[in-house]
Ligand binder design. Structure first.
Ligand SMILES: [Zn+2]
Length: 96
């Protein structure tokens, strides 16, 4: 029996959330400390105001976050030392 490796990266910014954003159809209802997206709220069509799939919503959110200069979304106290948002985006294959 192998271990199931859960994907705990934020699908928007690549931050390691420490939990999966979604487990199947069940949202974590947690917020990404890095980009500020709330899973089960901002990434569902009704709340986001974006018409599209989750992937499209993530893409839009990422674009906006990058345009804002990739700010850390919560208190600096939670920010990892040497936090590098550009490097973090590479976790999900985004090169900017
Ligand atoms: Zn994020």
């Amino acid at each position: 029996m192998g271990t199931i490796k859960m994907n705990t990266l934020c699908p928007v910014c690549g931050f390691n959330l420490g939990f999966p954003a979604w487990k199947g159809y069940s949202a974590s209802h947690e917020t990404c400390l890095s980009c500020g997206i709330e899973f089960g709220y901002h990434d569902v069509m009704e709340a986001s105001g974006i018409i599209g799939t989750k992937e499209e919503i993530y893409m839009m959110w990422r674009k906006k976050w990058i345009e804002k200069g990739m700010p850390w979304s919560v208190s600096e106290a939670y920010k990892p030392t040497n936090w590098n948002p550009k490097k973090q985006l590479k976790n999900i294959g985004i090169e900017i």
